[in-house]
Unconditional design. Sequence first.
Length: 244
Amino acid sequence: MAKKFDLIDEIVTANRILANEGIVDSFGHVSVRHPKHKDRYLLSRARAPERIEPSDIMEYMLDGTPLDPKKAKTTHAPYTERFIHGAIYEMRPEIMSVVHNHSPSTIPFGITNTKLKPLLHMCASIGHDVPLWDSHDKFGDTALLVNSMEMGRDLAKRLGKGRTALMRGHGAVVAGMSIRHAVFVSNYLELNSKLQMQAMQMGKIKFLHPGEVDAVIARTSDYTLNRAWENWARRAGRKMQALD
């Protein structure tokens, strides 16, 4: 298991990768479950992903309460949508990292009746189906921000046992078995969305068969994740560290 210090460095690198790859802009965030306290998670203070430093990372309880409330009220204001992370960790004990982003190519699939489905072998990691969560269904007219555990739990319920879910008029959420896995899925969710829109202009799409999706997921090992991570980390100006 990675040490807390290592995970903090990983969170910084993950934010830089997602920003450099265009998955997040000035908004969006990535968290990791605490390595020793399963009822906590690590997440940056509210700051643009590309600017995050190790000193920005804070600990939160699953309900979104900062472990250092004084710091949260002064220099380290929390993300409004931290409840996305806590609610998913609460509902999915096997999940170790969560990404919320405004991945641009996913947006059209969240506001139309077109289903997003894997069509490239590397994109099988997004799962067989990408469900859509519409905040308006239960919460009516809002600013579309997940600003409470009630909203977070409703989103987590829609995510279900999957890896990805779209948020109407907002973005996407990704649940991973590690930070590198969550970043990997986030990047390929964006790529699949872009390719699917391109392919739709050419004709009927032959998506991956369910068995093919399962086969690709089964062979997606640490080797695959680390190979992609090294490439993305270097492009983002970060060194790749070896985890314990």
